[in-house]
Design a protein around this ligand. Sequence first.
Ligand SMILES: NC(=O)C1=CN([C@@H]2O[C@H](COP(=O)(O)OP(=O)(O)OC[C@H]3O[C@@H](n4cnc5c(N)ncnc54)[C@H](O)[C@@H]3O)[C@@H](O)[C@H]2O)C=CC1
Ligand SMILES: [Mg+2]
Length: 316
Amino acid sequence: MPQLPSGDCWRVVLARARRAVLFAGPRGASGGPGSVRDAPSGAGELRGELDRFGGVSVRLARLDAVHRLDPAAFQRALQAAVQKWRSEGRVAVWLHIPILQSRFIAPAASLGFCFHHAESDSSTLTLWLGEGPSRLPGYATHQVGVAGAVFDENTRKILVVQDRNKLKNMWKFPGGLSEPGEDIGDTAVREVFEETGIKSEFRSLLSIRQQHTHPGAFGKSDMYIICRLKPYSFTINFCQRECLRCEWVDLSDLVKTENTTPITSRIARLLLYGYREGFDKIDLTMEELPAVYTGLFYKIYHKELPDSYKTMTGMD
Ligand SMILES: NC(=O)C1=CN([C@@H]2O[C@H](COP(=O)(O)OP(=O)(O)OC[C@H]3O[C@@H](n4cnc5c(N)ncnc54)[C@H](O)[C@@H]3O)[C@@H](O)[C@H]2O)C=CC1
Ligand SMILES: [Mg+2]
């Protein structure tokens, strides 16, 4: 006579019906070897969702039963769950832990989980279960800083600041770190306004600098992007907290001065070339396009295509 499913097992049956949701019930309960009675206790507390790569994602914030576990009980439940997921051929486990349940981090780490990343209110740990070294993608590798080279073509003047918090007070373009979800051009315009009081609009992207193990990037790499901006206000009202000085200077004076950073000096020369020969020689302009699958939009930056190439279908 077939054995009736236990409470945990019923949950597994329901989960199978729903397919996308995985219950880390007792070993064998969802088709693997073993029986309900082999199950290490507590395994049924952990429930995950299967991702398209064959990994399991467990969000503790959504599992009410887990709130009642102490760290030792959580460790037993997680160990049982991992054993089961391994037997089912899952390639990885993603464990999302709300900051107030951080007592579960150490038990997970003792089972081999490592930090993948943390946000302000949660951390995410991973465990690779597949063959060979982990193929899980890492988290953020860079911070993005954006500066605005605000150039007034009518007066040939460019906006520069001296940073208050630096040991050497050299002229540089105003700028700062991008916020999550912020367009590059919007960062440049916002930072220029916050630091100098000058209103401007985005024209183009001029340069990208990549620097690894940047001292201000918490051990990550730094991407520093300079944009060409066009001013539409001219009265300076600079931020005393961040800047020591702020001035409109003649572009050719900025090219000649030694009291500037190498990157500022180089971009000043590039701007002078663009001013004399045409900005199309130096500009990477932006266009917004629809993403293929997601229904979202993205911004693409490249040199302007001549009209004759915009509609070209192949080699004529
Ligand atoms: N070559 C160049 O001309 C320079 C380029 N950069 C690039 O600019 C970007 C960063 O721009 P920033 O103007 O530095 O950023 P930002 O304008 O976003 O923020 C700077 C301000 O953040 C605050 N801050 C930063 N670290 C802090 C800390 N540890 N404690 C307390 N307050 C803190 C300070 O108020 C500081 O004035 C990076 O991409 C960097 O590589 C920065 C300086 C010079
Ligand atoms: Mg700044």
